[in-house]
Design a protein around this ligand. Structure first.
Ligand SMILES: Nc1ncnc2c1ncn2[C@@H]1O[C@H](COP(=O)(O)OP(=O)(O)OP(=O)(O)O)[C@@H](O)[C@H]1O
Length: 254
């Protein structure tokens, strides 16, 4: 089953000289972990935001599980999709439990069901519910807040998760452990993940397949191995070369 299909999708913002996303066609199978890699301004976030209808394509069609999303109510589309962003966006005056329960409450789930779900989700993201339920976001580290953001996005068990640079503002060590946990989570939950990053190491570590974007276009969409062995063009080759450059830097220090 195709989880996500894009057919000739273009997004033009008013007054912009070039489209932010330019004639993108791609298809993603259910359960894949897809990363979107590219430099600043290449259209990664715009592409992601069209999947949950935060932005509307200027041209083209997006299908989720075979359904054209332009025919589905925006709120319904959004509730079916988990969304995690770098700024987390937790409500500061609400406890962690209430933050995680935001959508289940909107959907008027029974209170005991919500309580159980909150505990289960906090466990899933590695936070002890007894310790963290009653805290406020300001009493958590950045990495812990990001875990809560993840738990909140998972609350109604969405089939698709969109993650926009979720670990962008997190230190290297915490980031590595969050990446490992996200891989474990993906393996356990078998949801379709679409994860935006500008970090090639992160993109290649996490992605079953990687979408390489430049100037609003998809330059290559393949497994990390195939991209590394056969970069499709000069841009992709230069991304790999820059990562290799880092490698050499470390080798020289040893
Ligand atoms: N709401 C908007 N109105 C007008 N132009 C926009 C808007 N959002 C994005 N753009 C433009 O579209 C292009 C793509 O932006 P986008 O945010 O998708 O890039 P990105 O690859 O996610 O970049 P970054 O990694 O820096 O977040 C940029 O040139 C940006 O200036």
């Amino acid at each position: 089953m195709k989880a996500i299909e894009m057919i000739d999708v273009t997004k033009r913002f008013p007054d912009a000289s070039a489209p932010a996303v330019n004639s993108v066609s791609l298809s993603i199978d259910e359960g894949e972990f897809i990363t979107i890699l590219g430099t600043s301004g290449c259209g990664k976030t715009t592409l992601l935001k069209m999947v949950n209808r935060l932005y509307e394509p200027t041209e083209g069609t997006i299908m989720l599980f075979g359904e054209d999303i332009s025919t589905v109510d925006k709120v319904v589309v959004r509730r079916r999709i988990g969304y995690v962003i770098q700024q987390v966006g937790l409500f500061p005056h609400m406890t962690i439990a209430d933050n995680v329960a935001t959508v289940p409450k909107l959907l008027k789930w029974e209170k005991p069901v919500i309580e159980r779900r909150v505990d289960e989700l906090l466990e899933v993201v590695g936070l002890d519910p007894r310790e963290y339920r009653g805290r406020y976001p300001s009493q958590l580290s950045g990495g812990q807040q990001q875990r809560v953001g993840l738990a909140r996005a998972l609350a109604v068990d969405p089939k698709i998760m969109l993650l926009d640079e979720p670990f962008g503002a997190i230190d290297a060590i915490t980031r590595t452990s969050l990446q490992d946990e996200l891989l474990r989570l993906h393996k356990d939950l078998r949801k379709t993940f679409l994860f935006v990053t500008h970090d090639i190491n992160e993109a290649f570590k996490l992605g079953d397949r990687v979408i390489v974007m430049d100037g609003g276009r998809v330059r290559q969409f393949d497994t990390p191995r195939n991209i590394a062995l056969n970069p499709a063009d000069g841009f992709t080759a230069s991304l790999i070369a820059s990562a290799r450059e880092q490698e050499r830097f470390w080798e020289e220090l040893e």
